[in-house]
Design a protein around this ligand. Sequence first.
Ligand SMILES: [Zn+2]
Ligand SMILES: [Zn+2]
Length: 290
Amino acid sequence: MPILADCHLHSHHSGDSTAPMQAQIEAAISHGLTRICFTEHMDFGFPYEKYADSIPPGTFDLDVLSYYEEYLSLKEKYAGKIRIAFGIEAGLHPDYAEEGKAFIAGAPYDFVIGSTHLCDENALLRLKDPSVPSDYCDPYYPQLYDKMSDEDAYHCYFLTERACVLACDWFDSLGHLDYVVRYGRQKEEHYSYAKFRDLIDPMLEAILQRGQALELNTAALSKGCRECNPCTDILRRYKELGGELITIGSDAHAPEKVASDLTAAHTILTSLGFRYYTVYENREPVQLPL
Ligand SMILES: [Zn+2]
Ligand SMILES: [Zn+2]
């Protein structure tokens, strides 16, 4: 069966999208999807002070009430045409684990993606000297790669992400696990699962132990990468460890990206032997056939 659900979508309720919710829904219907889930950004501990020129403070704070009200009206309007779920993409931070948990408990989400959008630039230094303080940046911006090689930046990111995942157990699916690779100067050139296995495996083991899913995010394919996030070797490892819950999303911030590369996702998953993909309803996994 083709993949008929896109469970990672943004709209104007996210600080980095201007897409009307209705346009995202219409795009999904035009691709023949039967289900979608909006997953608007809410980032905890974002270092706005570093990006004062380009990102106004609070950009990645979510106005849940206005999001929920528009969601409810559109869910009703499109009933019978497409199932629309209410989700959130929580930007994880190890120092905001409790705040994140409390925020998530504040609304009736169907689905919570936990994503690491930050990178502690001092994570490698701290391995040698634990007294060095953390210094979080957004690896989307090139400044990080001016300071260090891609490989060191990825190393810092995975150290940060491992701390995020171990500190926060309240999400449903681990979002775009190797997301940082989209933004390095040479992207996948100096990257492989094998290089960072010691940091990636504990994250996979943690989500497996907690019954959480792993997301297959297709956005990287249209950003000049050869592979999705995470790369195929990580998906293979997840399966090897017994993982069966894979959520799928385009991470579309605009209508033309909705449902992008779902066919590629299907090919990857079936070639690895997965027989189902996962959607969430009321925070519970539902398996759909591939
Ligand atoms: Zn994200
Ligand atoms: Zn996203």
